[in-house]
Design a binder for this molecule. Structure first.
Ligand SMILES: Cc1cc2nc3c(=O)[nH]c(=O)nc-3n(C[C@H](O)[C@H](O)[C@H](O)COP(=O)(O)O)c2cc1C
Length: 183
């Protein structure tokens, strides 16, 4: 599906340190939901995909500020995150929850997510992709990827409940390189 082209982020975005991130990460990810986006708009301005995620984390590892994201292998976004060194996690206020519901129910293989959600894809100066309507966006550089191992779950009921189709998430640890905040 041809995606809507990405436009450059305008001057309303300010670069900040992740330590200035506003609010509880658990609340903002788990309750507010996020969009995970990756692509390479140098290849083509429609070379990107996004999906809704409400599982993930922000923290510290290996002496770096990091994000943790979890993507099942059948997601179209999985291909884009694996193909690119950077991804973003975008946060929204609750007026965009319906749009995030669409981005989390349909695949970019089948629809133009920007057109169907009303979200406007933008490219930041580091080449990452966010959305004009977001409140803040973090750019992350992939450091480590790991597919969950079914043998390693200590709680087998949890494993079997979450993964009846054995589509174990891939975990990505990404160094947070920039926090973009809309002024
Ligand atoms: C609230 C919500 C949270 C979600 N969180 C995740 C997640 O953390 N990881 C994941 O793989 N899928 C998650 N999904 C499912 C994907 O967003 C969904 O399958 C989406 O259609 C994938 O789109 P894509 O094929 O264009 O990548 C979530 C969906 C919703 C509605």
């Amino acid at each position: 599906m041809k995606q809507k082209a990405v436009i450059p982020a305008d001057g309303s975005w300010v670069e900040k340190n992740i330590r200035e991130f506003s609010g509880s990460p658990a609340a903002r990810i788990g309750d507010g939901w996020t969009l995970i986006t990756a692509g390479n708009v140098n290849i083509d301005t429609s070379n990107w995909n996004t999906m809704t995620a409400s599982w993930g984390g922000l923290g510290v590892l290996w002496g770096k500020d990091v994000s943790f994201i979890f993507i099942r292998p059948q997601r179209y976004t999985f291909e884009f995150v694996n193909a690119n060194p950077l991804y973003t996690v975008a946060f929204f206020d609750k007026s965009w929850k319906k749009a995030l519901g669409i981005a989390g129910a349909k695949s970019g293989r089948d629809i133009d997510k920007a057109a169907e959600t009303g979200l406007t894809p933008i490219v930041f100066k580091d080449g990452t992709i966010g959305f004009k309507e977001a409140t803040d966006v973090i750019s992350c550089r992939r450091l480590y990827d790991h597919d969950f191992d079914p043998a390693k779950f200590l709680d087998k009921d949890l494993r079997d409940t979450i993964y009846p189709d054995k589509d174990y998430h891939r975990m990505y640890v990404g160094e947070i390189t920039t926090l973009w905040v809309k002024s």
